[in-house]
Design a protein around this ligand. Structure first.
Ligand SMILES: Cc1ncc(C[n+]2csc(CCOP(=O)(O)OP(=O)(O)O)c2C)c(N)n1
Length: 325
């Protein structure tokens, strides 16, 4: 299999830029629709986290698997999630991946290696480890990647998963997006360690801190971890330091965060930083940027129209594809 290089070429860099901007545009629109009372459910946005969302996910290859949370829709875009699927999901329409069941970003598609997330955190960590155990037993050179926030690392499942993944030397990469808050609880009230990555040494695996607003760094560290896992080197824990610059969910104005903190992180906007990086390398002119924005705006507009004009599921759908123990 031809895997991506650690140094991305011009086309790949522009792909990364596209996914970051597409993610931001989708979320901006979801926010407007939510505030306008158009969406039946909740929204959990990852605005400000685009660098780690896209950077880590882009490091995966077609046969790999990603397990994200309800905040990580943007990480599913490089796996092939489309704007039409996103808006159909939020509108609860038959055209969504869950065929109108669930809400928010609880969507997945095994054919594209996207596990559907569940609300309980971090319940997809053990599932990702289970996938990677299957890959190992079948001697397939595939990798699983699991995402969660720093708050979820206080739950027992998280620690048990890291331990078993380490002991079994599983091909799995653990991404922790440390965005400063678990709902309204700041990090210093969540844990006494300076870095979530410091916890990796308790399990005998590498723990790496990355600048979560620098997409190149996020990609490169994830890529090294993914390929190490693929070659039998076992799991890695990557902690991305970043900040969600919106509230925990659509209803939350995040008044518990000082304005200065939001301002500081807004200045570190990962998309603007990446635009500067691309411009310095002669890859992004004002015209290219405007073309990209226009293309994305059209895609988002098309997706909203598509979702709004799609039917709701028939009643019989309620008992299709569901499982009750
Ligand atoms: C086991 C469990 N307990 C509580 C919740 C309620 N809850 C949903 S999101 C959240 C905060 C999670 O914070 P973090 O893991 O840092 O992720 P973030 O929301 O910042 O992306 C909580 C407590 C949950 N979903 N699962």
């Amino acid at each position: 299999m031809q895997v991506k290089s650690i140094e991305l070429g011009a086309k790949e860099l522009m792909d990364v830029y596209y996914y970051m901007r597409l993610g931001r545009a989708i979320e901006d629109r979801l926010n407007l629709l939510y505030k306008g009372g158009k969406l039946p459910g909740a929204i959990y946005l990852g605005t400000g986290q685009e660098a780690i969302e896209v950077g880590a996910s882009y490091a995966l290859e077609p046969g790999d698997v990603i397990a994200t949370t309800h905040r990580d829709m943007i990480a599913q875009l490089p796996r092939g999630l489309t704007p039409r699927e996103v808006f159909s999901q939020h509108y609860g329409r038959i055209t969504s991946l869950t065929r109108g069941k669930g809400e928010d970003n609880y969507q997945g598609d095994l054919k594209r290696g996207m596990l559907a997330s569940v609300s309980m955190l971090p319940n997809f960590y053990p599932v990702a480890a289970g996938c990677s155990l299957a890959f190992k037993i079948r001697k397939e050179k595939r990798v699983a990647m699991a995402y969660c926030g720093e708050g979820a690392t206080s739950v027992g499942d998280w620690h048990e998963t890291l331990n078993i993944a380490s002991v079994q030397n599983l091909p799995v990469v653990f991404i922790v997006i440390n965005n400063g808050y678990a709902y309204s609880t700041p990090v210093f009230k969540e844990m006494k360690v300076a870095n979530v990555a410091d916890r990796a040494c308790a399990y005998g695996i590498p723990g790496i801190v990355v600048d979560g607003n620098n997409v190149i760094e996020c990609y490169q560290e994830a890529k090294k971890a993914v390929e190490r896992a693929r070659e039998g080197g076992g799991p890695t824990l990557i902690e991305a330091k970043t900040m969600r610059i919106r509230g925990h969910a659509g209803h939350d104005p995040a008044t518990y965060v000082a304005k200065e903190i939001i301002d500081l992180w807004t200045k570190r906007d990962p998309i603007v930083r990446f635009e500067n990086y691309l411009a310095e390398r002669g890859l992004l002119s004002e015209e290219t940027k405007q073309n990209m924005i226009n293309r994305i705006n059209n895609e988002v507009e098309d997706a909203v129209q598509f979702a709004e004009s799609s039917p709701y599921p028939d009643g019989k759908e309620a008992i299709e594809d569901v499982y009750a123990a």
